[in-house]
Design a protein around this ligand. Structure first.
Ligand code: PMP
Length: 319
């Protein structure tokens, strides 16, 4: 297990455990190839400059969860970095489905990457004539409430000094190959699983690879997407579920103290789903996950995790 989905202290990736990676089949530029042969040029702009867009998705029961939302965000990323790759959503989806089928996978982690490819010249991008398009998949059991989540326990969260790159410098809603901001945030962690990253003005933005939520007497809170935050797809689903469950939701500007003083805190991303937080800056949250862990867990987080799981069930496992 690695960073995006396990309580590991590593910073290396947002991918689940890699078992027998070389036996898997990936999709590279229109062809299904063994993972060990899925290589791109050292001149690829994705390698040279981080000049690429990607999405991390999950397949549950053979269904690509929230495909439309991921395809929309990929499109937004490509628009933001002016990467006109020329592939339709249908084509991209077919490539993902072909890769899952080739690996005989129904419950999987999926990563779809598109770069500007190899181009003549240096930094200035040219019109894209030969993008690099890669689909990687890995087995990822459903988890959910009945199964084993990808993480081993509630997360520990630490406010870091590193600030989120402002939207004016790099569009915050673009999910690009350049994750140095998150990597540097994670390198500051001492014995914590995820970084609490602020914007330049000190408002809470998000985690290195997750969105942050907290609960207090007013309801559920998460930083507004007007701050420098990647609009997570899990974030949107969770807000929707909370509203439907009658939980008051607030998207606003917050300071780390608001998170520290909350009754409950949790993180969301595609692989973690809803991951409870036990401590923020080494402070226990209201004892929910303290040393004496005799409760059934934080009530709102537990409810939302259950509703999330039921939604996965409805969308992907019932006919
Ligand atoms: N913020 C950042 C910086 C991320 O990398 C991720 C993971 N993609 C998220 C938030 C959560 O997004 P999602 O729910 O779409 O996985």
């Amino acid at each position: 297990m690695t960073a995006d989905d396990a309580p590991s202290k590593s910073i290396d990736s947002d991918e689940p455990e890699t078992a027998a990676a070389d036996e898997r089949i990936y999709h590279l530029d229109g062809e299904l190839v063994p993972a060990s042969e899925a290589t791109v040029s050292v001149d690829d702009r994705g390698f040279r400059y981080g000049d690429g867009a990607f999405e991390t998705l999950r397949a549950y029961g053979g269904q690509l969860y929230e495909w439309g939302a991921h395809a929309d965000r990929l499109e937004a990323t490509c628009d933001a970095i002016d990467l006109a790759h020329g592939l339709s959503r249908t084509e991209l989806r077919q490539r993902i489905e072909a890769t899952l089928a080739a690996n005989d996978l129904v419950d999987a982690y999926v990563r779809l990457s598109i770069t500007r490819g190899v181009q003549p010249g240096k930094l200035t991008p040219q019109p894209v004539t030969d993008p690099t398009v890669v689909v990687m998949v890995k087995p990822l059991p459903r988890g959910g409430l009945e199964g084993k989540p990808v993480w081993d326990g509630p997360a520990t969260l630490q406010t870091v000094k590193r600030r989120r790159i402002p939207d004016d410098a790099l569009p915050a809603d673009a999910k690009t190959h350049n994750y140095l901001n998150g990597i540097l945030a994670r390198t500051e962690l001492h014995d914590a699983d995820e970084a609490l990253v602020r914007d330049l003005e000190g408002y809470v933005a998000e985690g290195a690879t997750s969105n942050v939520f907290f609960v207090d007497e007013e309801g559920l809170h998460t930083p507004t997407t007007e701050t420098d935050v990647l609009p997570g797809i899990t974030r949107r689903v969770v807000l929707d579920l909370a509203r439907k469950a009658g939980i008051p939701t607030h998207e606003d500007w917050y300071r780390p103290i608001d998170v520290r003083q909350a009754d409950e805190v949790f993180l969301t991303n595609t692989t973690w789903e809803v991951r409870p937080v036990a401590t923020v800056d080494a402070i226990d949250l209201e004892g929910e996950y303290g040393d004496d862990d005799t409760t059934d867990g934080p009530p709102v987080t537990t409810l939302l995790a259950k509703l999330y799981d039921e939604r996965v069930e409805r969308r992907c496992y019932s006919d």
